[in-house]
Write a protein that binds this ligand. Structure first.
Ligand SMILES: Nc1ncnc2c1ncn2[C@@H]1O[C@H](COP(=O)(O)OP(=O)(O)O)[C@@H](O)[C@H]1O
Ligand SMILES: [Mg+2]
Length: 157
């Protein structure tokens, strides 16, 4: 697996779905209550695919409906997970009505289109910026994430 440092971000190639599964497992293994994972990237970049890989690694089985219209989908796993897709959020402050704070007090949140809630999301989040050409993920973060990212890409490689 190719890993590179680009402008402070750690970039890992994701040539196929098994690479996404490995990255998802590596992130899942480090999540604790209060963590937010911001999944950035254009339509088709692989945000939902990575969110599903994280859920699967945490033991979820069965459907993983994309929260395109519900905006938030909860999963009652060992670590409770909220999966959010903010594409249809009308105003950033609407995030406060979705129950994200409650979700983060119990578990972790995987958030697609975080730019839609700019200024309303935790600054100590892990950010995963996905690209489809070539398929890759750029990892960066606040809080304790900088020291965890090296281990994530090592596990995922
Ligand atoms: N690393 C990858 N390699 C190959 N196909 C991928 C990869 N990541 C995602 N895909 C595929 O790309 C398509 C779009 O992915 P999706 O996760 O729905 O994108 P997004 O949520 O960013 O819009 C899906 O068919 C998915 O299976
Ligand atoms: Mg999606």
């Amino acid at each position: 697996m190719q890993v590179a440092i680009q402008g402070g971000d750690t970039v890992i190639g994701l040539p196929d779905l098994s690479a996404v599964d490995r990255l998802g497992a590596a992130i899942a293994g480090r999540l604790t209550a209060g963590d937010a994972v911001l999944l950035r990237g254009d339509l088709g970049a692989g945000k939902t695919t990575l969110a599903r890989a994280i859920l699967t690694a945490l033991g979820h089985q069965g459907e993983t409906p994309s929260p395109t219209f519900t905006l938030l989908q909860s999963y009652d796993l060992t670590l409770p997970i909220a999966h959010l897709d903010l594409y249809r959020l009308k105003r950033p402050e609407e995030i406060e009505e979705l129950g994200l704070d409650d979700a983060l007090s119990e578990g972790a949140a995987l958030i697609e289109w975080p730019e839609q809630a700019d200024g309303y999301l935790p600054s100590d989040a892990l950010t995963v910026a996905l690209s489809s050409d070539p398929r890759s993920a750029a990892l960066s973060g606040g809080g304790r994430w900088p020291e965890l990212i090296a281990g994530i890409v090592k596990d995922a490689a």
